[in-house]
Design a protein around this ligand. Sequence first.
Ligand SMILES: [Zn+2]
Length: 391
Amino acid sequence: MVRKQFEVVQRGIAQKQCGAYRTVSLNAALLLAGMLPLDLRVREVASLYEAKKGVSLRKLSGREVERMAPALEAPHPAERMSLEFISLHDQETLDRNSEHEIRIFTDGSRIEGKVGAALSLWRGGTETLTRKLALPVYSTVYQAELLALCEATRIASKTKATSFGVYSDSKAALQTIVNHGCLHPLAVETRRNIKSMSLQGKVFTLHWIKAHAGLEGNERADHLAKEAAVGSKKRPDYDLCPVSHVRRTIRMETLEVWNHRYATGSTASTTKIFFPDAVTAYRMIRKIVPRGTTTQFMTGHGGFSEYLTRFRCKEDPSCQCEPGVPENVAHLILQCPINFLSRDPFREQEEVKGAPLEKSRQLCDVWFRSYQLLKLEFDSSAAILFLFQPS
Ligand SMILES: [Zn+2]
């Protein structure tokens, strides 16, 4: 019942979005407007909210979602220590900031779809300790970078030295750590560790360095992180599921339901010639942005004799090519001899000066001929994408 009401509201909006006739069905209008059915969107938002609150989702097969730490656990604003990181852009600033007793280089990496993080600890000019950390495939590199930084503070807390310099090439991760408003669980732990070290009189300085700038420690951490990603068979060191992954999983589920509705629905038969699959269409439609004439073609609701006769705007549904053969989109693409064999499409496009109806028909004809040619080599969706990509 509620879904019906959603559909009434959304159909009109979707039609306007793609410039479709008001007779176009909900299924076709949504697909061409690149919109998801409203009831499914509502369900998506609800699922995401629940996942963030810790309700386990069937699709995530029991994985725990990474949740922001409760604000109450964060230190009172008066007790926050001021944190910042130093950006090292050139060799000179780098040399000036390399005088720490212990330098720790951290990095996170994704390679072959796998994620890893690593640390390389230096005392003077020698590497004295390395650590590789494994993360599950659904993790993000950002998580890996944060994990490496957090691990650096854990190691530093246990090490007998008084001055530590930590070097990361991830600005995003460093910014998360110095921003007290951000309650990412790894950032919260990192800040807590840094604070307790400072209470013990240890100096812990964060630095940002440019990735792949040939810095020995950084290259080493990068190499180790890649090894950690590829070679790891052990249990992950950190396995909380990032919200981005949850969002993607929920979206996949929505698209599956939407596709089933679209494919099994009795409407949108012309649109299905172009887009047999709603999942692929959803990815492509934003690149094409169909409007006006293109939409007429992709819906079959436009200046076609058969359609016009159906709505009593014309008396004869026949195509120009042969009396008795209805002029519709399928005929124009697949059979009509006049509309896809006899004219030069590009010259034609320039010369169209006729009535709007005739003009739209001729323009569509151009597309159709190209479509027909491409259809021989690709499946229909790929052909459409190719056709409408700006050159
Ligand atoms: Zn014809």
